[in-house]
Design a protein around this ligand. Structure first.
Ligand SMILES: *Cc1c(COP(=O)(O)O)cnc(C)c1O
Length: 391
């Protein structure tokens, strides 16, 4: 028996465990101090009422023989795929059909699983800094990875890969930088992929946070994208489903490589290894698209973005250089006076009792940056900014 030695090439999941360890140590030594956490990327608002109503109703259906549901259809219930196709795509002029949509238990699983339909010999391009799942899952598979630097100079939107990339992961609005990509910049990547026969995996988990006009909500707004792109969506950040678990992948029928439909390959993989998101969660997901549900989740997103604006304005007023926070719930700030990311972490923890995330934990290019999130309680967020002001 041999283990998969690619796993030994992973760096330890050092970031969040190290943060937890430092916070725990500080709290133990300073039990009277109240710590405000603006570090984690988890939502805090409860499930919106219209969505909760749909969930409760479907739970009750499960308790009656006439309305009980067992295994869900492979790709997800039609009621949900129709709602997604209509609201997330057709209403935006993107012609994505329900049978190009695969409902899942979330975008993280899809990010990791999708590469199973690709050969091990493909080279994978990811941004630096990066959402670790894209890189780590490909390291586990033993693929070669190239990094595309995202810096203040390029507005945190990478240049096209310098060497040939077969698979390109992009995430906009971005976690951790909060940056967005313009349609013209995204079109460049689509054109690159068309020319090089590459596939783009486009993570649109934060699409609902876009506030400015003319920012693409979907890669399929770009010409020819259906022939080169897979798009991933999550209900986690727009509707608070981090605990309920729901997402979807779009694999267009026009996406064909070596004469094989990737839609068919992914359908085969999905049917073989996955038995579907729970009926009750899919009903809750459907409610996110009802007029009342859509209004309620929009309101939550707006409230989070109020925090983002407050953090951004406060820090800018203290002469921090701040990025993001306009079309994303993340504020990416430059550390002051040559402090490393971890030095700023320690300073904020010890002197302001505020916890954020060191940018260096997301990649080399994240060194000298720091991430704060807008998912906190509004009062705590204001208090955190006041404490930083007093430093
Ligand atoms: C939070 C997040 C996701 C969502 O993951 P789920 O598994 O759907 O909860 C996906 N991509 C990025 C970049 C994220 O930050």
């Amino acid at each position: 028996m041999k283990i998969n030695k690619n796993y030994l090439n992973l760096s330890d999941n050092y970031l969040f465990s190290e943060i937890a360890a430092r916070v725990k140590k500080y709290s133990a030594e300073n039990p009277d101090k109240r710590i405000i956490r603006l570090g984690i990327g988890d939502v805090t608002k409860p499930i919106a009422e219209p969505v909760l109503d749909a969930l409760t109703q479907s739970v009750n259906e499960m308790g009656k023989a006439e309305t009980f549901r067992g295994y869900a259809p492979d790709k997800g219930y039609e009621f949900l795929r129709n709602a997604i196709s209509e609201s997330d795509y057709r209403s935006r002029g993107c012609d994505i059909e329900p049978d190009e949509i695969f409902v899942s238990d979330g975008a993280k699983s899809d990010c990791g699983n999708i590469q199973e339909i690709f050969d091990k010999e493909n080279t994978v391009a990811v941004t630096d800094p990066v959402y670790p799942v894209y890189a780590d899952t490909n390291i586990m598979a033993g693929r070669k990875i190239i990094y595309m630097p995202c810096t203040a100079e390029n507005g945190f939107v990478p240049e096209l890969p310098g060497e040939r990339a077969d698979i390109i992961y992009l995430c906009f609005p971005n976690n951790p930088t909060g940056a967005v990509i313009t349609k013209a910049e995204l079109q460049n990547f689509v054109d690159y992929a068309r020319k090089n026969d590459s596939v783009i995996i486009y993570d649109a988990a934060y699409e609902a946070y876009i506030t400015e006009p003319n920012i693409p909500h979907s890669i399929y707004e770009c010409e020819g994208a259906k022939e080169v792109a897979i798009e991933l969506h999550s209900f986690s950040k727009n509707a608070g489903f981090t605990g309920l678990r729901l997402g979807y992948a779009v694999v267009p029928k026009a996406l064909v490589r070596e004469g094989v439909s990737l839609n068919k390959l992914w359908a085969r993989r999905h049917a073989t290894k996955y038995n579907g998101a729970p009926y009750i969660i899919q009903r809750a997901g459907e409610a996110v698209y009802s007029p009342e549900g859509a209004a309620a989740v929009k309101k939550q997103v707006r409230e989070y973005m109020e925090n983002a604006r407050f953090i951004r304005d406060s820090l800018a007023g203290m002469n921090y250089r701040v990025y993001g926070g306009v079309n994303a719930p993340y504020i990416w700030l430059k550390t002051p006076e040559g402090l490393t990311s971890w030095e700023l972490f320690d300073l904020l923890l010890n002197k302001a009792n505020v916890v954020g995330t060191p940018g260096s934990g997301f990649g080399k290019c994240g060194e000298g940056y720091f991430r704060l999130t807008a998912f906190g309680d509004p009062t705590d967020t204001k208090e955190a900014m006041e404490r930083i002001r007093r430093l």
